[in-house]
Design a protein around this ligand. Structure first.
Ligand code: ADP
Length: 233
């Protein structure tokens, strides 16, 4: 990992928020809302990996099969991407990790990095029951042109499966098919969920929050309040 971080010398200390939860728990949605309200960047490893696939570069070609089948990408690749991203100046005041860490090796690497840079983190565990996860994942649609996300159950487009903003036919993300959803949930159960115990053992700050039924805007307000309470100690 890097020796130096361009941490700003002014303003409050940098804070790392780690959004943690199974596929479909709303990490991406919450990360975007938190980014708007806290003014710190969202770092989504899923988005970064998809960008490489779209660009068709060497990394993209190497990871595409694994991602499309719902299996985790190799730790070294993801760790390197995150390391590079955290060194960018916009992370100096803090950042929101979405989808990272997902394995013990990633968590160890992140903890070492945070300790080395003197940055405190708060892990926010989004709790959602299994049936809601399945509904959210199977109903998810995206506009391939502007990227707007919809859900056929909770946030349907006004007209049958076309984007409200530009009328483009919505698509299902490649890894949102039923078998791949199962694979992603299995990867979460076996490789990622055990990290909660790891965070507890290491006495990292952990906030567990029910995220199954509330509208996203309500939930983000609750999370912001909890972050504020936590920062005040
Ligand atoms: P979700 O949380 O709904 O599974 P993401 O966009 O976070 O969606 O991840 C999509 C896929 O990207 C994962 O199934 C996995 O293949 C890959 N991926 C994302 N983040 C990581 C990570 N930290 N480590 C390994 N693979 C990752």
């Amino acid at each position: 990992m890097l020796d130096q971080h361009p941490t700003s010398s002014n303003g409050p200390p940098a804070r790392a928020l780690v959004l943690f939860g199974p596929p479909g728990s709303g990490k991406g949605t919450q990360a975007k809302l938190l980014m708007q309200c806290l003014g710190i960047p969202q770092i989504s490893t899923g988005d970064m990996l998809r960008e490489h696939i779209q660009a068709g570069d060497t990394l993209g070609r190497e990871i595409s099969d694994r991602m499309h089948s719902g299996v985790l990408v190799a730790d070294e690749m993801v760790n390197a991407l995150v390391e590079e991203r955290l060194a960018q100046p916009d992370c100096a005041r803090g950042f929101i990790l979405d989808g990272y860490p997902r394995t013990r090796q990633q968590a160890e690497q992140l903890c070492r990095w945070l300790i080395a840079h003197g940055i405190d983190e708060l892990v926010i565990h989004l709790l959602v029951d299994y049936n809601s996860l399945i509904t959210r994942l199977t109903g998810r649609r995206q506009c391939p042109s502007c990227g707007t996300l919809y859900n056929l159950y909770s946030k349907p487009p006004k007209n049958d499966e076309v984007c409200d903003l530009d009328g483009t036919k919505l698509v299902i993300r490649a890894d949102d098919s039923a078998t791949v959803i199962q694979e992603r949930l299995d990867a979460y159960r076996h490789q990622t969920q055990p990290l909660i115990e790891y965070f507890r053992e290491k006495r990292r700050r952990l906030l567990e929050i029910e995220a199954g039924s509330e509208p996203p805007q309500e939930l983000v307000r609750k999370i912001c309040r909890a972050i504020g309470d936590d920062a005040r100690g």
